[in-house]
Design a protein around this ligand. Structure first.
Ligand code: 13P
Length: 265
């Protein structure tokens, strides 16, 4: 839908999921810092998304060592404060200098029952607190097999965008994560990823207009590694990757960052 000449700056994000206690997280962040070269980070934005208990420690490493890496979170509460036992608010994350918050990951939707309405409320919370949501959408294998991929993506995107201020959409990140590709070692082909990301951009254009649709960054996620990153990022509508398993290994993650930087040339 867009030509490669007008591509957006790529965002490579590492979703650590429920891995690494705070001591392991400090080690991982330092390891990453030693490996990321300015030439890698120059053309690419990088974020890491540790568990809540690690955020303060990873923030200290990133800020103390001046690493070219943004701090991210994996989830947040709908409300900013109050009697919500066990929840962590977007306001609290913003205080820790978190810049990106993953919202509506399929594991949250499937394992913790997050509805499109809850996801929409979380998108609002992230934006209200001055951070960037990474808004995850994606179809299941069953939906894909019966030809419902486009309908599912359109419905998820429309629910989310319908809740946020129109002017904020251009600043958001949307992550296309087909559920069947997550943690399976079976990534979408670049052709499939491009088709889905182009469709998502079309739905954004239909919802809020062509300008924000041309600016919003759309990541692909699901079994990303250093070998498949460059072909994925050469697709006209794929503006980054959301990495699970491979982000737990600093060398593998930096390989992905490097491949993303090469794809910008
Ligand atoms: P994997 O890279 O392990 O497939 O996980 C993808 C993911 O869920 C990132 O949010």
């Amino acid at each position: 839908m867009t030509d490669a000449g007008s591509k957006r700056r790529p965002l490579v994000s590492g979703n650590w999921k429920m891995n690494f206690d705070h001591l392991q997280a400090i080690h991982a962040a330092r390891d990453l810092g030693l490996r990321v070269q300015p030439a890698d980070a120059g053309p690419v934005d990088i974020s890491v998304h540790p568990p809540f208990t690690d955020l303060r420690s990873v923030q200290s490493v990133i800020e103390g060592e001046g690493l070219p890496i943004a701090l991210g979170a994996q989830n947040c509460a709908v409300e900013d404060s109050g009697a919500f036992t066990g929840e962590v608010s977007a306001a609290m994350l913003a205080k820790l200098h978190v810049e990106y918050v993953i919202v509506g990951h399929s594991e949250r939707r499937q394992l913790f029952g997050e509805s499109d309405e809850v996801v929409a409320a979380k998108l609002k919370a992230v934006l209200r607190n001055g951070m960037t949501p990474i808004f995850c959408v994606g179809e299941t294998v069953d939906e894909r097999e019966v030809g419902l991929t486009r309908d599912r993506l359109a419905s998820q995107v429309e629910h989310g965008l319908g809740a946020v201020p129109q002017g904020a959409v251009a600043t958001m990140v949307i992550a296309y994560e087909p559920v069947w590709a997550i943690g399976t070692g079976q990534p979408a082909t670049p052709e499939d990823a491009q088709e889905a990301c182009s469709w998502i951009r079309e739905v954004v254009a239909r919802s809020v207009g062509a300008d924000p649709a041309g600016q919003v960054r759309i990541q692909y996620g699901g079994s990303v590694n250093a070998d498949n990153t460059e072909p994925l990022l050469r697709c006209a509508d794929v503006d980054g990757v959301l990495v699970g398993g491979a982000s737990l290994d600093a060398a593998a993650f930096v390989g992905i960052v490097r491949a993303a930087a090469i794809a910008t040339r």
